[in-house]
Design a protein around this ligand. Structure first.
Ligand code: ADP
Ligand code: MG
Length: 254
């Protein structure tokens, strides 16, 4: 008999989410009853065609937007029904974000960008957090770059700064939306290796939206979304397996 998972075993959990944008004839049902649990330390890839609801699902799970119905937990805390202000504070402390477009603050140095989550939270990093940041700066190969501003860094370096920022507070969940979408193949490989290492070595939970089967093949688990529903949920797959599955899914819906 397996022991049932308890709330403490999950980084984030969604139960029966629906999301409808607009109403009447213009209503778009972006999510249609999605349940998904990300275990602590797990690196999950979310795949699916454009418009299938991937970003909407991730926005609900990261507390960026509220579902039409259903419930979301971050760690063991239910976040559905929290006020905008409570959600803002919670996101700062418990979610890290990595976007395709890096989203660094152009006027701040790399180091200031990495420390931004602490600044926004109105506090200084503790000594253990400071040590974590120093370790990240080393591990991400940014020692020589900490005093540079984003426009003095390559795309790959900027994304490494964004990853360091996302990992700095050891959040419940790092949410990465197409993190390699603007990178060349070498920088993409580096970024994926960093995410995988964060999950393996620090037990960092990561949910990554991607179109790229090679990127998704680095995850522990691949969830396929189609038309606002989860159509498959698989353990680690090779890029070939993922491509073959996507092709079949397209044929079925064509
Ligand atoms: P994906 O990330 O898989 O490309 P999205 O979650 O962005 O898909 O979008 C799912 C569906 O919801 C699409 O039909 C999209 O047009 C619609 N949608 C997303 N955001 C909005 C919004 N803010 N207002 C209206 N429709 C939206
Ligand atoms: Mg999207």
């Amino acid at each position: 008999m397996t022991t049932p998972m308890t709330d403490g075993d999950y980084a984030a959990r969604a139960e029966q989410l629906t999301k409808t944008y607009g109403d009447g004839e213009n209503a778009v049902h972006a999510l249609d009853g999605v349940s998904l649990a990300v275990r602590r330390g797990e690196f999950v890839a979310i795949m699916g065609p454009s418009g299938s609801g991937k970003s909407t699902l991730m926005h609900m799970m990261a507390g960026l937007d509220a579902p039409t119905s259903g419930r979301v937990w971050l760690g063991s805390q239910q976040i559905t029904g929290l006020s905008d202000h409570e959600l803002t504070v919670l996101r700062r402390r418990r979610v890290g974000f990595v976007f395709q477009s890096f989203n660094l603050v152009p006027t701040l140095t790399a180091r200031e960008n990495i420390l931004l989550p602490f600044d926004l939270d109105g506090r200084r990093p503790s000594s253990s957090e400071q040590a974590r940041v120093d370790h990240l700066v080393h591990a991400l190969g940014l020692v020589e770059r900490v005093h540079h501003r984003p426009d003095q860094l390559s795309g790959g370096q900027q994304q490494r700064v964004a990853i360091a920022r996302a990992l700095a507070t050891a959040p419940d969940l790092v949410f990465a939306d197409e993190p390699t979408g603007n990178l060349d193949s070498r920088s993409s490989r580096e970024v994926l290796t960093l995410l995988r290492t964060a999950s393996r070595e620090f037990g960092q939970s990561i949910a990554m939206v991607t179109h790229d089967p090679v990127a998704a093949s680095r995850a522990d688990r691949v969830v396929f979304v189609g038309d606002g529903r989860i159509v498959a949920d698989k353990p680690a797959q090779t890029a070939e397996q993922i491509s073959a599955f996507m092709l079949r899914a397209e044929e079925v819906t064509a």
